[in-house]
Design a protein around this ligand. Structure first.
Ligand SMILES: C[S@@+](CC[C@H](N)C(=O)[O-])C[C@H]1O[C@@H](n2cnc3c(N)ncnc32)[C@H](O)[C@@H]1O
Length: 427
């Protein structure tokens, strides 16, 4: 089967070179959780999402810092990795994210059905979809830029069926596959997270148009849908006598969210957006239009995305102040101010609801700004120590990155990447 989306290769830990450095404890999550040997196992890959957690980190935190039936919060839930790992390990979860995709991902990632899904029902739906003549026109001002007419006409019919059909889990499975295929059958480069047209994609589209692309599309729709159903059935099998729940709210600004439906949490496991970020909303734009959102919805979400909004207060910590003295470019200082204002506000908002002695596990790398390394974990630590939290530990997961994106040759294919797990405790 074709590779519809770029994928992270499994990276390897650098085991032999580990040493304690400035109190930072070396760790290798892949070694500590060897039972997970494929980051996309079960339903972790039902949707494509950039900068996902590796499930090993999440499972490690959940197993080490919580007990069965506890409630785990992730205010930057993205694709819901924390939700699935919590569920598989008999915990409840509460997930928030600005990206509306979360509302489409969770129902198939963590199905609430206790009964196995039937292939025959899915096949019947797929047959009806292919014959359907309902059309769905996304409320998207420049869709013509992204599609040749031939692909668009067929895709809009398939989506028309999805919009009219009963919105059950089978429809949601097909919807998730159509999201992937709608990117593949477009001018958008499907192997990288950013939404852009590429020369190689133009060549691929021209080639597809010369052949029987429609038969290919139908085959792929069937194969991927069945594959997704089997993965979901494996989760269902696994969860027969489970009663754990997942609460999720996509389209939420965590920095200003009021947790009205919950009083306290037992654990926070989260990875905030990248400093000079992915632009998650822009990355998901094509998916969101097909899923039924419009220009206005997407604009509104983009305006709330961290770190692209005006800060409403300036954060000061020792490390951040020092860093700002060395960063000379005004635009970069602005990014730093916005980033720390809203990331910390989002964490504080949820960490205030942690029970006494509960832990907050924050997983983040050290990006560079103006050539200077930003120790994000240290700034978060300083901020929360001032607010009565206790610093427990910081771990460094050093991995050898091979090829980050299949199509793009990483500039430093055998390079090194460190990510840090900061553990704080509520007093
Ligand atoms: C590193 S990703 C999280 C990925 C997630 N850990 C996973 O495994 O899929 C950071 C997330 O922060 C979200 N985000 C950015 N600004 C936000 C805001 N103001 N409120 C809530 N989420 C936000 C992005 O949409 C993105 O999903």
């Amino acid at each position: 089967m074709k590779n519809y989306l770029f994928d992270f290769e499994q990276d390897a830990c650098i085991k032999n070179e580990l040493h304690l450095n400035n109190g930072i404890i070396p760790i290798c999550f892949r070694d500590l959780i060897p039972e997970i040997n494929n980051t996309g196992y079960l339903t972790h890959s039902v949707y494509y999402y950039p900068a996902k957690f590796i499930p090993q980190v999440v499972k490690y935190c959940i197993k080490t810092f919580s007990k069965e039936n506890d409630i785990v919060i992730d205010p930057f839930a993205g694709s819901g990795t924390v939700g699935l790992e919590a569920y598989l390990n008999n915990r409840n979860s509460y997930l928030l994210d600005l990206n509306l995709l979360l509302n489409h991902i969770i129902p198939i990632k963590i199905p609430d059905s206790k009964n196995e899904l039937k292939e025959s029902i899915l096949r019947k739906k797929l047959d009806s979809l292919i014959k359907s003549n309902d059309k769905f026109m996304p409320d998207w001002s420049n869709y013509e830029y992204w599609y040749p007419k031939e692909f668009f006409d067929v895709l809009s019919k398939y989506w028309g069926y999805i919009k009219k059909d009963e919105n059950d889990i089978y429809t949601k499975i097909i919807e998730s596959v159509l999201v992937k295929l709608s990117k593949y059958y477009s001018y958008a480069e499907h192997k990288t997270p950013k939404l852009f047209k590429s020369k190689s994609k133009q060549i691929l589209v021209d080639k597809l148009l010369k052949g029987d692309w429609k038969a290919g599309l139908i085959n792929e729709l069937h194969d991927l849908s069945i594959k997704t159903l089997l993965n979901i059935n494996n989760v269902i099998q696994f969860s027969k006598d489970k009663n754990n729940y997942v609460i999720y709210h996509g389209g939420i600004d965590s920095a200003n969210y009021k947790y009205d439906d919950i009083k306290e949490f037992d654990l926070l496991v989260s990875s905030p957006p990248y400093l000079q970020a992915q632009e998650y909303i822009r990355t998901s734009k094509m998916d969101l239009y097909w899923l039924g959102y419009n220009d206005k919805d997407i604009k509104k979400l983009s305006s709330l995305e961290i770190p692209y909004r005006k800060p409403n207060k300036i954060i000061e910590t020792e490390t951040l102040n020092k860093l700002k003295e060395s960063v000379t470019r005004k635009d970069l200082t602005r990014v730093l101010d916005s980033y720390f204002c809203y990331v910390l506000q989002s964490f504080e908002n949820s960490m205030n609801l942690l029970k006494k002695n509960s832990k907050a596990c924050i997983f983040i790398g050290n990006p560079k700004v103006d050539g200077i390394e930003v120790e994000i974990w240290k700034i978060i630590k300083e901020y929360f120590i001032e607010r009565g939290f206790v610093f427990e530990n910081v771990y460094e997961d050093r991995i050898k990155t091979r090829q980050l994106f299949r199509m793009r040759n990483n500039k430093n294919p055998e390079g090194m990447k460190s990510e840090f797990l900061l553990v704080l405790r509520k007093k």
